[in-house]
Design a protein around this ligand. Structure first.
Ligand SMILES: [Fe+2]
Length: 209
């Protein structure tokens, strides 16, 4: 979709057809995703009722307003990719994000907003200095680990300026499987106030700038 930066108007762009299905095409270079990079990925289009849903539009406008001035190139229209990603583990296996390691997306800014979380453990978000792309959080020394947080309530969110950091979310495990995916340090966001450029948007939402 396109966002008019002067008026806040959102324009839904035409979707593509793939195997008879309406899809949004998402492309990342292998430099940004060496798990599924250099090929088109097909996400289902937003259901028609969500495309005109004011809450969804708010979900685009509100994070945009939190982007520090000077981050984005000057242009009237901003291209916005909005994807619903579901990590759905089974009792027999964890659900893994792609790529399953620290990475950059190749976008100017990425926001992750939780819609719902039920009956799972894991799904811990890490943000590190950019040199740790293609590594696991366990390998990152404390001084390079900028943020760690688990989004737990609907609309909890995290935003990153892509070129400044690497980010990752860990696998999600079905609660019936017992235990939890490995966690290196205690859950919770840290670094607010001590890391230049990290700020809270609200009690539960964080913006890494
Ligand atoms: Fe990402």
């Amino acid at each position: 979709m396109l966002l008019n930066r002067a008026t806040g108007e959102l324009v839904i762009t035409k979707s593509q057809l793939h195997d008879g299905q309406e899809v949004e095409i998402y492309f990342q270079s292998s430099a940004n995703n060496n798990d599924r990079g250099n090929r088109e990925r097909y996400f289902p289009v937003l259901p028609a009722e969500l495309r005109i849903n004011m809450a969804v539009h708010w979900l685009v406008r509100r994070p945009y307003q939190a982007i520090p001035s000077g981050t984005l190139r000057e242009s009237l229209w901003l291209s916005v990719g909005l994807h619903i990603v579901q990590l759905q583990p089974a009792p027999s296996h964890d659900a893994q994000p792609s790529p399953p390691w620290l990475h950059r997306d190749g976008e100017a800014v990425t926001y992750i907003v939780l819609m719902n979380r039920e009956g799972v453990t894991g799904g811990i978000n890490y943000v590190t200095t950019p040199r740790w792309v293609n590594h696991q959080p366990e390998e990152v020394p404390p001084q390079d680990l900028l943020a760690q947080t688990t989004l737990t309530a609907p609309l909890d969110g995290l935003g990153v300026i892509d070129e400044r950091v690497a980010h990752h979310v860990t696998s999600v495990r079905h609660a019936e499987r017992g235990g939890s995916v490995p966690e290196r340090v205690a859950d919770g966001f840290f670094g607010v106030g001590s890391v230049p450029g990290v700020k809270r948007l609200s009690r539960e939402s964080h913006c890494l700038i």
